[in-house]
Design a protein around this ligand. Structure first.
Ligand SMILES: Cc1cc2nc3c(=O)[nH]c(=O)nc-3n(C[C@H](O)[C@H](O)[C@H](O)COP(=O)(O)OP(=O)(O)OC[C@H]3O[C@@H](n4cnc5c(N)ncnc54)[C@H](O)[C@@H]3O)c2cc1C
Length: 404
């Protein structure tokens, strides 16, 4: 297996549990790319049914949070009881337009998780004064770094860090027909040649380059660029979406950085319209959006930055966003994209099913770990707010919308 984001790690766990010996090769830090950048929301499908219809994306997602909840409680495999749950629920509210009210009504259709209106006395201070009803939605929010750590730790001996360009070579018999994989650990002076029955590519956007090397068509993948915003300072910890008709106008999740400051990650529409904007323009736009959706928000002393990241997804026939995970099978190569963090277990289950056609699986008795002793192990990726150095403060005259 190649790629140790949420998809690769969950799949490694599932293959091990099904009795299959698997090795995961990570090229950088675990979760680099999308998983570490994700907002960690375990979507139940609500976000995808805001237009008032139960979409295919909502149908795919709606069964998933229950499985995650069991794993997070240590009641199902993989045991994620060590993973940090940043919030057990988040808030959802609409702008004043009639459209957004319809959207909120539509959101209550046919899903396992339905929004419950929050009485004023229980409302976070930040949402006081917001127009319309505020809802509470029992969708959990995870800390992505701790998720990666929690998945990887029990599997550590089967995960190696190998530079994909200089330390990994494929020997193929034709497109998608891998005969051997040669791995090197240059610094440790180690070499290993493997004859895998199946090669599983779960490397996010890295799948394109790997497919090139295996003479497979790179058009199986589409990239969706995003440009999201981070702000830190004296902010309340908050998790919520403000919806405007069927769109998520802003989507906010919070974390604490290593200095103990609250950091807000702001996505939703912001990260899509932001793609065409400079960092400065996006910060100004986000500031205006936040002050518009939170009448009581005080941004004094906050520092801001932005981040660009691509979502990597499997292509669909129409070029639209996939509703579910995508998995392609060519020769003895499987290539997958979970589409959403929350769908990683579904993708993993399908990989196990396909591998089971080629390799006899031992059912419920887990396989002994496939391990390469002495090989370098990858670290876990660090959140963007720990890596980025260029944060800017807002000029004091623009901190509040209404200075006078
Ligand atoms: C800003 C943002 C917010 C999101 N929020 C949510 C959310 O709230 N809820 C949700 O369900 N989904 C969310 N998603 C989607 C979710 O993050 C992704 O669907 C999911 O993380 C993809 O996981 P992955 O393992 O396929 O890829 P990645 O996380 O990108 O992992 C790929 C792994 O492969 C490694 N790799 C890359 N190239 C190579 C190579 N050549 N050789 C070896 N290793 C390689 C990388 O280092 C990395 O470890 C969000 C995505 C983004 C970008």
């Amino acid at each position: 297996m190649i790629g140790g984001g949420v998809a690769g790690l969950w799949t490694l766990a599932s293959l091990r549990q099904a009795g299959c010996q698997a090795l995961l090769v990570e090229g950088f830090r675990l979760g680099t790319g999308q998983t570490i950048a994700s907002q960690g929301i375990l979507h139940s499908g609500l976000k995808y049914s805001l237009a008032g219809v139960l979409t295919a994306a909502a149908r795919e997602a709606r069964e998933m949070p229950a499985l995650w909840r069991q794993c997070l409680e240590g009641q199902a495999y993989p045991n994620l009881s060590q993973v940090q749950v940043s919030a057990q629920a988040f808030h959802l509210w609409g702008t004043q337009s009639a459209g957004s009210k319809l959207g909120l009504l539509g959101a209550q259709m046919g899903l396992k998780v339905t929004p419950k209106s929050v009485p004023t006395a229980e409302m976070p201070e930040l949402l006081r004064g917001c127009p319309g009803t505020v809802y509470r939605v029992n969708e959990q929010v995870l800390d992505p770094a701790s998720l990666i750590q929690g998945l990887a730790e029990p599997l550590a001996e089967s995960i190696v860090r190998v530079d994909p360009q200089t330390e990994m070579e494929f020997e193929t018999l034709g497109p998608g027909r891998v005969r051997q994989v040669h791995l090197h650990a240059a610094r440790a002076g180690l070499t290993q040649s493997l004859q895998p029955k199946v090669v599983v590519l779960l490397a996010g956007r890295g799948n394109a380059g790997l497919r090139d090397r295996l003479q497979l068509d790179r058009s199986a993948m589409q990239l969706r660029p995003l440009h999201y915003v981070l702000l830190r300072g004296d902010l309340p910890e908050f998790h919520g979406h403000c919806v405007d008709f069927h769109r998520t106008r802003v989507s906010i999740t919070s974390a604490r950085d290593s200095q103990g400051r609250v950091v807000w990650q702001v996505g939703g529409q912001i990260s899509e319209v932001g793609v065409a904007m400079s960092s400065e323009a996006l910060i100004q736009h986000t500031r205006a959006e936040l002050l518009s959706v939170f009448p009581a928000l005080d941004l004094t002393g906050t520092e801001w930055t932005t981040c660009r990241v691509d979502r990597a997804e499997g292509t669909t026939a129409t070029g639209s966003r996939p509703d579910s995970y995508r998995l392609f099978e060519e020769g003895n190569v499987l290539t997958g994209w979970p589409t959403k963090l929350v769908l990683a277990p579904q993708l993993a289950a399908e990989v196990v099913r396909r591998v089971g056609r080629v390799v006899p699986l031992r059912g419920e008795s887990p396989a002994p770990a496939f391990s390469l002793p002495g090989w370098p192990r990858p670290e876990v990726a660090r959140p963007a707010w720990e890596e980025i150095r260029n944060w800017v403060s807002l000029p004091s005259e623009v901190v509040r919308r209404r200075a006078a």
